[in-house]
Write a protein that binds this ligand. Structure first.
Ligand code: 5IU
Length: 262
């Protein structure tokens, strides 16, 4: 199964172009770290992305929290993505009917589909949400993640909801490249959804607002996930973002090496 394969081996045979691009980037740059950059000014965003860029495979954004958002921010993020060789994931968590999300993805002031390699969606509206997003994203070579499980305390993403979300992904593998999940979802021999996991930290276990943290080793080795998504563990108050970026990159990569060598 995917658990024992290298990212490079998976990249070579992955049918989803966006997934294949990400997996080869991870192999080439030796990183499974995604930075969740929840900051509210353009300056902080660009400054931290530039400093942590060397350690990342994927920059996760919440573009709608930036007070001074403008098109120049997007252009500069794309410059950094090229300079440091990382991809971009706008964590938009679409949740409406197909026709609406199509516009939320392609139009408005953010025009997410025009710059974000990857985005994500809830399965709650039913499969039309994937169809709508696919109309916009697939011609641009974009990839979609579905939210299978959330990291926060009391999340309702479990049981039949998660099961049906996974089935939706299985029927749309040309566009759905993976999941936001707390464990590896792949079951069938040739199934290769990328498992990305938020709620990762080395120093604390929560944030007082429901977030729950596990270590990179728990996530990658014990639960078989592929990418660690780390936010405040890297850029939180008083932290040296460069040092923390390197620390999480090393922790994530050594956990991966341990997993594939088992
Ligand atoms: N995020 C979660 N949990 C989830 C999902 C998304 O934490 O289940 I879906 C996002 C929220 C934030 C980042 O952007 O991942 C985690 O940031 P911290 O490492 O700062 O908690």
């Amino acid at each position: 199964p995917t658990n024992k394969m290298t990212y490079g081996e998976r990249a070579a045979k992955h049918p989803n172009a966006c997934a294949s691009r990400l997996l080869s980037l991870m192999e080439r740059k030796k990183t499974n770290l995604s930075l969740a950059l929840d900051v509210t000014t353009k300056k902080e965003m660009l400054d931290i992305a530039d400093k942590v860029g060397p350690y990342l495979c994927l920059l996760k954004t919440h573009i709608d929290i930036v007070d001074d958002f403008d098109q120049d921010l997007i252009e500069q993020l794309l410059v950094l993505a090229k300079k440091h060789d990382f991809m971009i994931f706008e964590d938009r968590k679409f949740a409406d009917i197909g026709n609406t999300v199509k516009h939320q993805y392609g139009n408005g002031i953010y025009r997410i589909a025009s710059w974000s390699d990857i985005t994500n969606a809830h399965g709650v509206p039913g499969e039309g949400i994937i169809t709508g997003l696919k109309e916009v994203g697939l011609p641009l070579g974009r990839g979609l993640l579905l939210l299978a499980e959330m990291s926060s305390k009391g999340a309702l993403t479990y049981g039949e909801y998660t099961t049906q979300t996974i089935e939706m992904a299985r029927r749309n593998q040309d566009f759905v490249m993976g999941f936001i999940t707390q464990r590896c979802i792949n079951e069938h021999p040739d199934e290769d959804f990328i498992a990305m996991t938020p709620g990762v930290g080395l120093d604390v276990t929560g944030d007082g607002l429901g977030q729950q943290y596990r270590t990179p080793r728990q996530v990658i080795v014990e639960n078989g996930c592929d990418l660690i998504i780390v936010g405040r563990g890297i850029y939180g108050k008083g932290r040296d973002v460069q040092a923390e970026g390197r620390r999480y990159q090393e922790a994530g990569w050594s956990a991966y090496e341990e997993r594939i060598s088992q």
